[in-house]
Write a protein that binds this ligand. Structure first.
Ligand code: SF4
Length: 353
């Protein structure tokens, strides 16, 4: 059965057979705390007879989310510590995140920004805040790349998106625009001519990073939407979160990376799951993640190799999780060197919480 609109309440999930009566109370407690949305395109992909369905696991609320561990934090990658003006995150010298909207077409149960996104999240930038964010970029010639993320920027209407992109077009030192989105797989019909025209409106070299975590997300409709983007001259790269019970399997990971490449998307990031609240049931250890990534090397084409990335908790930036910058320190702990040469414990100790 294909739903006509997104499922956003536990009652709708129960009606659709995605949450059992026994699971209703737990799912309700989760939905009271974190946003829920499953798009019509995803609903038919879920096998209700499989209690371990990898699509359901990503989107259907689970009582395990009610358990928050001491090392988990509301802002696991430290966006707020690097936000000089509302809507901008400036963590690295040559690039900024521009978070114009904190709404998504789906709400991932493992989301690293789960305390910021959703109907009750940080919302959409006001016209005044957007002016200040654009001015921040315009005044800093070192900003070479602007990454539109959120939330999912592709939920904005093409008209609003185009208006933002046209303002970036006027900033000569910005050479690259990048979008981070799940829309091509979770709501492929949204990728129409108007949206593609908006994505191209800056006139800059434009990348679209698609977030997908399991090969089954690539339906014929999703592949067609991706094809429309690539045919329009935009470069596509991937990002995937390594998730227990979804893709922590060498064959599934290999299949996923090959599926990206077959769809003309270059695998880019494989993220180690962040310390977001209530997500312990998704997290592998770094040692487990390294073994899985090692399993890809040599066995699948070089085109299919993503960079395995740890976002150092606290906003210290990304590091290759399988590089010498991440060293075992015993008892499942690691020493992680950030891009400035400073060392941090992972998992972080209480002093860094
Ligand atoms: S699409 Fe991205 S920002 Fe939105 S819920 Fe999923 S992980 Fe979070």
């Amino acid at each position: 059965m294909t739903a006509a609109r997104s499922l956003t309440t536990v009652a709708e999930l129960v009606d659709a057979g995605l949450v059992s009566e026994a699971g209703r109370a737990g799912a309700t407690a989760v939905a009271d705390r974190y946003a829920v949305a499953i798009t019509p395109a995803l609903v038919p992909l879920i096998d209700r007879n499989d209690p371990h369905d990898p699509i359901a696991r990503q989107f259907v609320p689970d009582a395990a989310e009610l358990v928050t561990l001491p090392e988990e934090r509301a802002d696991p990658i430290g966006d707020l510590a690097h936000s000089p003006v509302e809507g901008i995150v400036h963590r690295y010298p040559d690039r900024v995140l521009l978070k114009a909207v904190h709404v998504c077409p789906v709400y991932c149960r493992f989301c690293f920004r789960r305390e910021m996104v959703g109907p009750e999240g940080l919302g959409t930038l006001s016209a005044k805040a957007l002016d200040a964010a654009i001015a921040y970029v315009a005044e800093r010639p070192e900003i070479w790349e602007v990454i539109l993320t959120g939330g999912d920027p592709l939920v904005l209407s093409p008209r609003r998106l185009q208006a933002i992109l046209e303002r970036l077009a006027a900033i000569a030192h910005v050479k690259i625009v990048r979008f981070h989105t799940r829309v091509p797989v979770v709501d492929p019909a949204r990728v129409d001519a108007a949206l593609i025209a908006a994505l191209k409106a800056s006139g800059k070299t434009t990348y679209v990073a698609l977030h997908a975590n399991h090969p089954r997300e690539f339906t014929a409709e999703a592949s067609a939407a991706i094809g429309r983007i690539v045919d329009a001259g935009l470069v596509m790269i991937s990002q995937t979160v390594l998730l227990k019970g979804v893709n922590d399997d060498a064959a599934v990971l290999a299949d996923l990376m090959r599926t990206f490449v077959e769809n003309r998307i270059k695998p880019y990031y494989l993220h180690h799951p962040d310390l977001a609240p209530g997500t312990a049931h998704f997290r592998l250890t770094l040692a487990e993640g390294r073994a899985l990534v090692e399993g890809l090397r040599g066995r699948v084409s070089g085109l299919c190799q993503p960079a395995y990335i740890l976002d150092i908790p606290g906003g210290h930036g990304k590091v290759r999780a399988d590089s010498t910058a991440v060293e075992e320190a015993g008892d499942g702990c690691f020493r992680v060197r950030d891009f400035r040469g400073k060392t941090h414990a992972y998992p972080p100790g209480e002093e860094q919480a």
